[in-house]
Design a protein around this ligand. Structure first.
Ligand code: CU
Length: 129
């Protein structure tokens, strides 16, 4: 995948043990896709590629995307990231990530669009190694 000059802001934040229930999918017209490299995913460093487009498939740049990676079991330290796409990123947002354990993961993506609206999706992955 070719990426053009994407500026990234990466935040690593410790999260309190008590979490709020979250909406994992909003009803909106946006096309949001997420892939992980390497694929299939394995424990260790990774890169998430999130693509964002409108209803017509036109890429949306300039969004701020919050990413929370967590697992289905209790007591997990979530992996928290944030990405900002450059104005010429062609709707692709590159997020450095780390898979810290094998097992069942979910990646909650919150897209903060330039017009102030939010779109949320949940993506699931199973790491076997
Ligand atoms: Cu875990």
């Amino acid at each position: 995948m070719k990426l053009l000059r994407i500026s990234l802001l990466v935040l690593l934040v410790a999260l309190a043990a008590c979490r709020q229930p979250t909406v994992t999918q909003t009803d909106d017209p946006y096309q949001i896709a997420l892939t992980a490299e390497p694929s299939p995913p394995q424990v260790g460093e990774a890169t998430l590629f999130i693509t964002l487009a409108d209803e017509a498939g036109e890429p949306i740049n300039g969004a701020v995307i919050d990413v929370i990676g967590d697992m289905t079991h209790a007591g997990m330290q979530p992996v928290i990231r944030q990405a900002r796409g450059a104005s010429d990123s062609n709707g692709t947002y590159e997020v450095p990530f780390i898979w810290t354990m094998r097992g069942d993961w979910f990646i909650d993506v919150t897209v903060n669009l330039p017009d102030g609206t939010q779109a949320k999706r949940r993506f699931t992955f199973t790491l076997t190694r």
